[in-house]
Design a binder for this molecule. Structure first.
Ligand code: SAM
Ligand code: SF4
Length: 355
């Protein structure tokens, strides 16, 4: 056991111990024991955030990561390049914490675009300050953004995020749409306090020409307040939306897409639901994650991480890094197991993993 930043001791796996690769086929891709292949890379770039959403962060924010412990733009670029060239990754999404809190985010994107020409580059953000940052980010290579917005009721927004910043978020959303970063997707976490706002939020998204997706809340809040029998399930949301809109089931864009889509009032507007808990899509998961401190997480709910930063800084070759990453993914668990007896949450909360 090693103690690391964020105040959270976590077990680390020795990626190069032979047992961690036992039974693995000789393939370059990030395969796991259940036949899944990772194509989608999430890179967390910070634990800092301009909001304090109750389903994610503690009120005081996460314990700061020492600056030297964060991966640099050069190191992130090296990992993204390796993932693209050697490991079959086709998309990278920067997240956090709030990625816009990194002043060098444009450099992170530019280094990644240089190292992995052709990779799709996306950002998940709360959009605060995005209107000012967007030109530089797009020039660096940013292609897509997902923005988190749970309600357009100002008082409810301030209560849920513990910050009165709705106007800044809306300005960021409009800037992204006007810059032509389409399809622009909004993510809303389903919470009991904002469920009554869901109809108004969808009406707003349809009017603004952005795609809204609701996400079931997962037990990844730092406050550990999540309760299975109190969470809002997708079925409950559908009943609420159905009272105002006519919804026609439309399916998924592809099997690994987490959102099931419905046409709103006959389309073309759609609404998506990511039923991560009640209709888990773990069997089709194609994600791999790198934390802000440079460890691989094979699953949001993993209890183990593989350290790549030590290899990066210790003179490790690309082959060493690739081997460690492959071993981490080979040992990916079957699913989140939220409904299984004996389920335990990971030690990191969502903001410390990178959602
Ligand atoms: N700060 C950025 C943002 O909010 O978009 C990026 C990081 S945030 C952790 C990434 C995504 O995770 C957001 O869409 C957020 O709503 C979602 N999220 C956070 N906590 C969650 C939870 N407990 N269950 C489900 N989704 C969650
Ligand atoms: Fe910050 Fe995003 Fe977590 Fe909200 S969901 S606290 S914006 S990291």
């Amino acid at each position: 056991m090693t103690s690391v930043a964020l105040g959270m001791p976590r077990p680390r796996v020795d990626p190069l111990r032979p047992a961690s690769l036992e039974g693995r086929p000789d393939t370059a891709e990030l395969v796991d024991k259940f036949g899944r292949v990772a194509r989608d890379l999430r890179v967390s770039v910070t634990e800092k955030c301009s909001l304090r959403c109750t389903y994610c962060m503690p009120e005081e924010g996460l314990a700061p990561i020492a600056r030297d412990d964060l991966l640099t733009p050069l190191e992130i670029g090296r990992l993204v390049g390796l993932a693209w060239r050697e490991l079959g990754i086709r998309e990278v999404r920067f997240t956090g914490g709030e990625p816009l809190m990194r002043v060098d985010l444009a450099e992170i994107i530019a280094r990644s675009a240089d190292a992995a020409p052709g990779i799709r580059i996306a950002l998940t953000t709360n959009a605060i300050g995005l209107d000012h940052r967007l030109p530089a980010l797009v020039a660096a290579g940013l292609q897509r953004v997902n923005i988190s917005l749970d309600t357009v009721d100002r008082a409810h927004f301030a209560e849920l995020t513990r910050r009165d910043r709705l106007d800044a978020v809306l300005a960021g959303i409009r800037a992204a749409r006007d810059a032509g970063l389409t399809p622009l997707k909004l993510n809303a976490v389903l919470m009991r306090s904002t469920l009554p706002d869901a109809v108004e939020l969808l009406a707003w998204a349809v009017a603004e020409g952005v795609q809204l997706r609701f996400i079931e809340q997962m037990p990844l809040d730092a406050d550990e307040a999540w309760k299975r029998d109190e969470m809002v399930a997708a079925a409950e949301l559908l009943a609420v939306l159905g009272s105002r809109f006519s919804l026609t089931e439309h399916g998924r864009d592809d099997p690994s897409a987490p959102a099931e889509e419905w046409l709103v009032d006959g389309g073309p507007a759609t609404v998506g639901i990511i039923a991560s808990v009640t209709r888990s899509f773990c069997a089709d998961c194609d994600r791999t994650r790198i934390t802000a401190e440079g460890t691989v997480r094979s699953c949001l709910f993993a209890h183990e991480e593989v350290d790549l930063r030590g290899l990066l800084r210790g003179g490790g070759s690309d082959a060493d890094l690739a081997l460690a990453w492959r071993a981490a993914m080979w040992n990916k668990q079957a699913g989140h197991g939220i409904d299984a007896a004996g389920f335990t949450r990971p030690e990191r909360s969502m903001g410390a993993i990178g959602g």
